[in-house]
Design a protein around this ligand. Structure first.
Ligand code: HEM
Length: 164
C-alpha cells in the first residue's frame, strides 16, 4: 500500500509540467561545469552583450555605451553578479525534491520581473546561446554536460516563458 501511494505521488509529480527535476547524473554535470565558470560573471554578461546588442540596449545603465568601456566598471560588476548569480541559485537548488517550490518561485519571479521590462522569449534564447557557448569554451564540456544543460535550460525556460 505504501508503495502504491509513493508510486502515485511520483506519477502525479511527473505529470506536473513544471517539475524541475534532472536525473542525478545531469545534476552532477550541471553543478560541476557551473563551478568552473561561476566566478566569471563579468565575462559572461559581456559575452551576452557582445553577441546581442539588443539585450544590452534594454539595460538603462548600459544602453548605447561601448561594451569595452563599461565592462570594467563597478556598475557592470554589480549587474553581472546579480544576473549571472541567478544561475548560481538555480544550480544550487537543483537535485532535491524539497527545493521544487523554491525553484519554481525563483523562475516565476524572474519571468514576472522581465515581462515588466518588455523582455521577450527570443532574447532569453539569445542569452542562453551565449551562456552555453561560454560554458562550452571554459568548463569541462562534453556531450553529457551539453545534454544536461539543455535539460536544465529547457525546464527553467518552460516556467519563465509561461510567465513572459
Ligand atoms: C536567463 C537569463 C536572465 C537572467 C538569469 C536574468 C537575471 C536578472 C536578475 C537576477 C536581475 C535583477 C533582479 C530583477 O530585477 O529581476 C535582472 C535584471 C534585469 N534584467 Fe535580466 N536576466 C536574464 C535575461 C535578461 C534579458 C534577455 C534581458 C534583456 C533583453 C534582461 C534585462 C534585464 C534588465 C533591463 C534588468 C534591470 C537592470 C537594472 O536594474 O538596471 N535580462 N536580470
Amino acid at each position: 500500500m505504501k508503495f502504491l501511494i509513493l508510486a502515485l505521488c511520483i506519477v502525479a509529480a511527473m505529470a506536473d509540467p513544471h517539475w524541475i527535476m534532472l536525473d542525478n547524473d545531469a545534476v552532477d554535470h550541471v553543478k560541476s561545469s557551473w563551478k568552473k565558470v561561476s566566478h566569471d560573471e563579468v565575462d559572461i554578461l559581456a559575452a551576452v552583450f557582445k553577441d546581442h546588442p539588443d539585450i544590452q540596449a534594454k539595460f538603462p545603465k548600459f544602453a548605447g555605451k561601448d561594451l569595452e568601456s563599461i565592462k570594467g566598471t563597478a556598475a557592470f560588476a554589480t549587474h553581472a553578479g546579480r544576473i549571472v548569480g541567478f544561475f548560481g541559485e538555480y544550480v544550487a537548488l537543483l537535485g532535491s525534491e524539497a527545493n521544487q517550490p523554491a525553484i519554481k518561485s525563483l523562475l516565476h519571479n524572474l519571468g514576472t520581473s522581465h515581462k515588466g521590462r518588455g523582455v521577450v522569449a527570443s532574447q532569453f534564447s539569445g542569452f542562453r546561446d551565449s551562456m552555453t557557448n561560454y560554458l562550452k569554451a571554459y568548463s569541462n564540456w562534453n556531450a553529457d554536460v551539453s545534454d544536461s544543460w539543455d535539460d536544465a535550460f529547457d525546464k527553467a525556460y518552460a516556467v519563465i516563458f509561461e510567465t513572459l
